[in-house]
Design a protein around this ligand. Sequence first.
Ligand SMILES: Nc1nc2c(ncn2[C@@H]2O[C@H](COP(=O)(O)OP(=O)(O)OP(=O)(O)O)[C@@H](O)[C@H]2O)c(=O)[nH]1
Ligand SMILES: [Mg+2]
Length: 437
Amino acid sequence: MSVVFALATPPAKSAIGILRITGDGCFEIVNGYLGFGVCKAGRFYLKDLVYRDEFIDRVGLVFFKGPKSYTGEDSIEIHFHGGLAIISKLIGVMRQIGLDEAPPGEFTKRAFLNNKLSLNEAEAVADLIDLTDERGVSILGSTVMGSLTSTVCEFADAIDKIRMGVEGEIDFNDEDENFINKHLFKDLEFLLDGFKSFTDSCINIKKGTHKNRVLFVGPVNSGKSSLFNLLVGYDRVIVSDSPGTTRDIIESEVFFNSNVFSVFDSAGIRETVEEIEKKGIELSFEEIKKADLVVGVFERKDFDRVSFFEDLVGSGCFVKIQNKIDIDGIDSNNFDCCVSAKTGEGLKNFKDLISSRVEGDIYKKGLHYMVRDRHENLFNETLACLEKSLINIKKQDTFELAAEDLKLARSCLDQLVGKKYSDSLLGDIFSSFCIGK
Ligand SMILES: Nc1nc2c(ncn2[C@@H]2O[C@H](COP(=O)(O)OP(=O)(O)OP(=O)(O)O)[C@@H](O)[C@H]2O)c(=O)[nH]1
Ligand SMILES: [Mg+2]
């Protein structure tokens, strides 16, 4: 495979940036132009990166000799000072020495093609990077390290064993001998039960990567923007005592209680003739439809307006918050949570309330694997084949059909780990990766 390069870190200012190069012979090619000198594989060197007599940066350099590398090929990592100008200069140098930029996912695709990772492990790499909920880290981490692959392969071997037994029955039937392996039915029944509890211990990754949308709504001046700023931790939006301050939908990401939330501030809702404010209120209505949780922010005196907002949200998830308790006192009978955006009182309860209303119990006990739609579909197909096979074994005269279904079940598991794949499937999987992974 050709020698390619990509930034492994984002194209943004940072302390250190990393550029990766992969492809057999890459060190000789790069060294020929940049003159790093002799480098042993697996050691970290400090080197001056000089191209055509121009000093570019003093860099950290690691060379990996294939197959002992992420991709399974010779690879290089260059750790440079993470400035935008240096990034641009380095990319220019790589192009000038004739290297192509790697498309998204190329490094992991090569790792898969060079048997360093199974297909579901490669997918788990991308899922781990996309993950926003820290409780999923160790689950996906162990999938990357092979836990799902080995479980699936164990099931595949067990299916093969039963299929061999069934094929034995077919041979005996041909010879007109009356030999029925009584264990076959029981063995397959046991396998089926095991496979069902395995699929019960899987959860679709979408539930772990969905960023919950939390929208603040309420009457004007109730302190929505103040509470939004308190939650995001800095003065992201303008706060003022003149009603109708916020006009647009403002979004920010916040991390708390182990999870990332997209939080939205919106225009206070009231009757108005002012065109821009009206537009802002329309946006608030639109946003309500998309929110996972609508947080109604009210002052104590606004209690009679709560039902209006409850009706707006309809069947969606809604919580009613009393703000400004530092001046109005607490009214816990009428509100789900009472806070002061000014003093920060009640903030912890407020965060807990948000988490409890949006998360559900996806990290239930016994959850071992986070899987994709592709995996779920293959598991369902496997289950259906095993069930059909069980019925045919019971009938005792349809062993050919039973063996065929066992073969299909095995083939589904082969597709899952990537023993069987099509180029278009690989294209779909790896194109969704980030550049440099
Ligand atoms: N005492 C007190 N004042 C608050 C509190 N929260 C907000 N305020 C004040 O209430 C006024 C309105 O606050 P905002 O956060 O702009 O209210 P809003 O709901 O975003 O208002 P609109 O965008 O106009 O709908 C400002 O003067 C804030 O300083 C609070 O908890 N206690
Ligand atoms: Mg506001």
